[in-house]
Design a protein around this ligand. Sequence first.
Ligand code: ADP
Ligand SMILES: N[C@@H](CCOP(=O)(O)O)C(=O)O
Length: 317
Amino acid sequence: MSVYTRVDHDDLRALLADYAIGELEDFRGIAAGITNTNYFVDTTTGRWVLTLFEQVDTAALPFFMQLMDHLAGHGVPGAHPVARNDGGFLSEVRGRPAALVYRLSGASIESPEPAQCGSLGGVVAEMHRAVRSFGLTQDNTRDLAWLRDARARLGTRLDTETRTLLDDELAYQSDCARTCYVDLPRAVIHADMFRDNVLFQGQRVSGIIDFYFACQEYLLFDLAVICNDWAYDDQRRHLPDHWAAFAGAYHRRRPLTDAEIRAWPAMLRAAALRFWVSRLVDYHFPMDGDVVHVHDPTPFEALLRRHREQAPPLIPS
Ligand SMILES: Nc1ncnc2c1ncn2[C@@H]1O[C@H](COP(=O)(O)OP(=O)(O)O)[C@@H](O)[C@H]1O
Ligand SMILES: N[C@@H](CCOP(=O)(O)O)C(=O)O
C-alpha cells in the first residue's frame, strides 16, 4: 500500500514528544507497500520511517521489534527500530500500534543484476546465522491453515479450473509437510523478501525492510520466495545467472543440506502458492484506504503451474 490511515502534524508532534529525535520538520505518506501505512518523517536530527500497523497481529509486534533490533546488533543491514524515552519500541497513533525505524539509505531495484543477487545471498545467509542466537519465536500467520481458510473464503469467486489447481496444490503441500519437509532446518525467517523489501547502494545491499511477516519457518522458504521474485523476469523466464549468484553466495556461508536440495521443487511451489493466494485475497477482499496498491495474483498462478511441470535446481551446477 499504501496509506490506510492519514496522520497530521498534531499526531506527529504528539508522537515525537515520546522520543529524543528532535522536532518535526517534514513528513509524507509512502505509496509503496501493501500491508501497513508508512510515512517518511524528517526531524531536526535525522530521517525516519513511521509505520502504523494495519493488518499485523498486534501480539506479534514486540517480536518484530526485538528481531529487527537483534539483527541490527549482529551486523545484518536492516530497518532498526528507534527506542522511545521509556525504552520501548511501540507507540500508538490514531488508535493504531505504531513504530519509528531509522530510514535506510539506498533504493530497491526492479531489475537487479547477478552481482546484486550475490550480495543479497551473503546477507540472507548472515541473517539465517544471526537468528540462531535470537530467543523469541512467532508462528507463521500465512501457514497452510491460513491458506485453507483463504481458499474457503474465496470459494465461488474462483472458476472451476482455478479451484481445482488450488485444491490440488493444498493437498500436495499438506503431504509435503508430513514427509519431505520434516527434516528441513527451521528458524526465524523474513518470509517476504521481495525486491521491494531490499535496498541497495550500488551493488551492495544497504538494508532489508518490512520484517512484519517474519516467523518460525523453513529457512528454505526464504530462498524460494527470493528465487520466485528475483530469478524470474516479467515473462516468467528463469534467470539462471541471477539465481546462481544468489545461491552460490548463500551456500558458501550457510551450506544447504541434502534434505533442502530434495525439498526444493516443492518449496518453490509452496512460496508461489502462498503469494498467489494472499494476492487473490487482497484482490477479492480489498481494504479501504487513501492510496491502496494491490498486486496482480496471476504471475504467481503462472509460476506455480510452471514449477509443477519443472523447477530449476537449488544449487546450479
Ligand atoms: N527503514 C526504511 N528505510 C527506508 N525506506 C523505507 C524503510 N521502511 C520502509 N521504507 C519505504 O517504504 C516502502 C513501504 O514499506 P514496507 O515496509 O514495504 O510497507 P508494507 O509493510 O506496507 O509492505 C518501502 O518500499 C520503502 O520505500
Ligand atoms: N510481497 C507481497 C506482498 C506483501 O506485502 P508487503 O508490501 O507488506 O511486502 C507480494 O508481493 O504479494
